[in-house]
Design a protein around this ligand. Structure first.
Ligand SMILES: Nc1ncnc2c1ncn2[C@@H]1O[C@H](COP(=O)(O)OP(=O)(O)O)[C@@H](O)[C@H]1O
Ligand SMILES: O=C(COP(=O)(O)O)[C@H](O)[C@H](O)COP(=O)(O)O
Length: 382
């Protein structure tokens, strides 16, 4: 039987985002911006921060799918480009702003996470230019060779996503971001994900990956991890609490949502502002061992008020997620079942049967809501 524990303390009721499509006005030639500033021309900039191997690329695929189109590298360009372009979004990887290539880092004895290995000035100039609607010639960091390749031309998209190690480390770059997301993956889970990816795709040995993780840890703690306090939304991935000593098979995933955000309303379970523990397994949700446990409640995060939505465990049948979705509010979905539809569409992606996929989908919908609110607000003030 489904079980529910609730403590009351309800806040205001759900608010819905207004969706405004871009008008024909938005098609004004970008080079004329200095003459006629067209509000709907604005490029909205999203920052996604996480360590290497923490699922940034996987999350990007889920998020860009919400906006439509198939993400592809720039046509006819470098096959090792890190950029992905689709109908509305362009995702650029901040590794492209490494100022030191692999040999340079080894010579200077710095890791790829050290600010000394990044060109923040160029990062600022190019993200600012794209945000103004101007094209840039962005360098490419080649992960195969470890070298900086000749630049590629990037046109200003409607939504620019900057993903990488330090999107909000530099205060000037941080000011350009309209929405900030942090993927906070606990060490043991990060280790498992990175080993699998770096062995299969980057040809590294298990031993070299272990050494690299250890040598990067101090710089990760000093320069990457502290960014999470400034994020609008954080997806935290932890070992399950349902199975003692589980080795990463099941995950406990927490969606940390800042209160008072200008651009989104936190998603809640059953009753906004209450503290709720819910085991949805029973007649409407099939759960084999170890089942699913959900939690929702208020909390503080680095001294800031947040709402936390949590899922521990995994689904057996993805289509039954509709039962969980029907108990969530303020999801930013445009129709009943949109989250389940997205999850089914991306069912082959890693994390599809647990909270990582579910919460990445919700964050993607929040980014869409933020984008639509920004475009709407700009139109009103134009
Ligand atoms: N939610 C998830 N569950 C299980 N494995 C995942 C998940 N997200 C990513 N992975 C795996 O982790 C590895 C690194 O993911 P990736 O998206 O390439 O990370 P990043 O872009 O941050 O370096 C990949 O092998 C991917 O399959
Ligand atoms: O930390 C990262 C980010 O990679 P990602 O997030 O794409 O995994 C890489 O180690 C550096 O960019 C150096 O690259 P390499 O180790 O290939 O020289």
């Amino acid at each position: 039987m489904p079980s529910l524990m609730m403590q009351s303390g309800s806040r205001a009721m759900q608010t819905k985002a207004t969706s405004l499509p871009r008008s024909a006005v938005a098609k004004t030639v970008r080079s004329r911006r200095s003459l006629t500033v067209q509000a709907a021309d604005k490029t909205v900039v999203v920052g996604l921060a996480a360590d290497s191997g923490c699922g940034k690329s996987t999350f990007m695929r889920r998020m860009t799918n919400i906006f439509g189109g198939t993400p592809k590298p720039p046509a006819g360009g470098n096959p090792d480009s890190n950029t992905l372009i689709s109908d509305m979004t362009t995702v650029i990887c901040l590794d492209d702003f490494h100022s030191l290539d692999r040999t340079g880092r080894s010579r200077e004895k710095v890791t790829a996470l050290d600010p000394k290995a990044q060109n923040f000035k160029l990062m600022y100039e190019q993200v600012a230019a794209l945000k103004r609607g101007e094209a840039v010639d962005k360098p490419i960091y080649n992960h195969v060779t470890g070298l900086l390749d000749p630049p590629e031309r990037i046109e200003a998209p409607k939504i620019l996503v900057v993903e990488g190690l330090h999107p909000f480390y530099d205060p000037e770059v941080a000011k350009l971001l309209d929405f900030k997301i942090y993927l906070d993956i606990s060490d043991e889970i990060k280790f498992a994900w990175k080993i699998q990816r770096d062995m299969a795709e980057r040809g590294h040995s298990m031993d070299s990956i272990k050494k690299s993780i250890e040598s990067r840890k101090p710089d990760f703690d000093a320069y990457v991890d502290p960014q999470k306090k400034d994020a609008d939304m954080i997806i935290q991935v932890l070992p399950t609490q349902l199975v003692p000593d589980d080795e990463g098979k099941y995950l406990r995933v927490r969606l940390i949502q800042k209160e008072n955000s200008k651009y989104y309303n936190p998603t809640y379970l059953f009753d906004e502002g209450s503290t709720i523990s819910w085991i949805p397994c029973g007649r409407k949700l099939t759960c084999s061992f170890p089942g699913i446990k959900m939690f929702y409640g208020p909390d503080t995060y680095f001294g800031q008020e947040v709402s936390v939505l949590e899922m521990d465990g995994q689904f057996d049948k993805l289509e039954e997620l509709i039962y969980v979705e029907s108990h969530l509010s303020n999801t930013s979905a445009k129709f009943y079942g949109e989250i389940t539809q997205q999850m089914l569409k991306n069912s082959t992606f890693p994390g599809s049967t647990n909270g990582t996929g579910l919460f990445q989908t919700i964050v993607g919908l929040k980014v869409r809501e933020a984008y639509e609110r920004i475009v709407r607000d700009e139109k009103i003030t134009a």
